[in-house]
Design a protein around this ligand. Structure first.
Ligand code: ZN
Length: 282
């Protein structure tokens, strides 16, 4: 397992951690300031959201690289199944184009929930396989990989039809596309005691991303009360051990949605705390 105590070469910031993904939250730093602040602290990479990139993908990607960092990924396609998914995949293809312009090879997919007129998730997952396979072909032509992110089961219904890493790996295999993999997020998998076994049993390495935060024992909001690493009950080192023993050597992306706590603080303080916790607890 990698030793991060004096090595930040895997540390990446998902910019949502500074509250930039939702109106009215966070200090509102422009993306350039976020890039500079991460570079100053020795971060190795950033993950952006589409709304902050707009038409500036190329310029932003260049600024990240000029600062000695990497664009680790783009969050995310719109939902591709479920009641609120757009009627076609044009916007999803647009997010793949945006990733290519940013100079990153990863786009995350949060699937969307249960298809209208169906119950459970089985039919939604069948449709998901079809749509992911279609997008994978488009992405492959642009050098982009797709990372399916299973979500904690409480997000079923309107946000996801994928609840476990095991299911996500099965969907990857069913698409038959080598550029489809899984994003493992501590928030969504911390409870899964079969994680290590599932990852070891996968026919090929499929982990395209690893997201860090913590699960607060008394969480106050299922979406916007994620904890800073070390403030909760997730066994961070053990989860990383499972991910790395399955061959993952990529970035550890800190992704903390925290409306009442971290989004209220000075972004500089948040970034400093991340570096400290990453070195000692992750
Ligand atoms: Zn995530």
């Amino acid at each position: 397992m990698r030793d991060f105590s004096s090595d930040l070469s895997a540390l990446a910031l998902n910019t949502a951690t500074l509250g930039h993904n939702l109106d009215g939250y966070g200090a509102g730093w422009p993306v350039e300031r976020v890039i500079d602040a991460c570079a100053e602290r020795g971060f190795a990479g950033l993950v952006f959201w589409r709304r902050e990139i707009a038409a500036s993908a190329q310029t932003i990607g260049e600024r990240v690289r000029a600062n000695g960092m990497k664009v680790v990924g783009l969050c995310r396609t719109p939902y591709i199944v479920g009641a609120t998914a757009p009627p076609n995949l044009d916007e999803a293809r647009g997010s793949i184009d945006m990733a290519a312009a940013l100079g990153t090879d990863i786009v995350t997919i949060v699937t969307g929930g249960t298809e209208p007129g169906t119950r459970g998730v089985a039919e939604s997952q069948l449709l998901l396989v079809e749509r992911v396979a279609e997008l994978a072909e488009y992405a492959a032509d642009r050098g982009v990989n797709l990372a399916l992110e299973p979500l904690n089961p409480m997000f079923g219904g309107n946000r996801t039809c994928l609840f476990t890493v095991a299911e996500a790996i099965r969907i990857c295999e069913q698409t038959g596309a080598p550029n489809v993999g899984v994003a493992v997020d501590v928030y969504h998998v911390w409870w899964d005691t079969t994680l290590r076994q599932t990852l070891q049993a996968a026919a090929e390495p499929r982990i395209f991303g690893y997201h860090l935060c913590d699960w607060l024992a008394d969480t106050g909001d299922m979406l916007l009360d994620r904890g800073m690493m070390g403030d909760g009950v997730a066994d961070l080192k053990n989860i990383r051990r499972a991910v790395e023993s399955a061959g993952y050597e990529g970035a550890c992306e800190v992704e903390i949605f925290s409306a009442a706590d971290w989004w209220q603080r000075d972004p500089g303080e948040v970034l400093d705390r991340i570096v400290e916790r990453f070195r000692t607890l992750c």
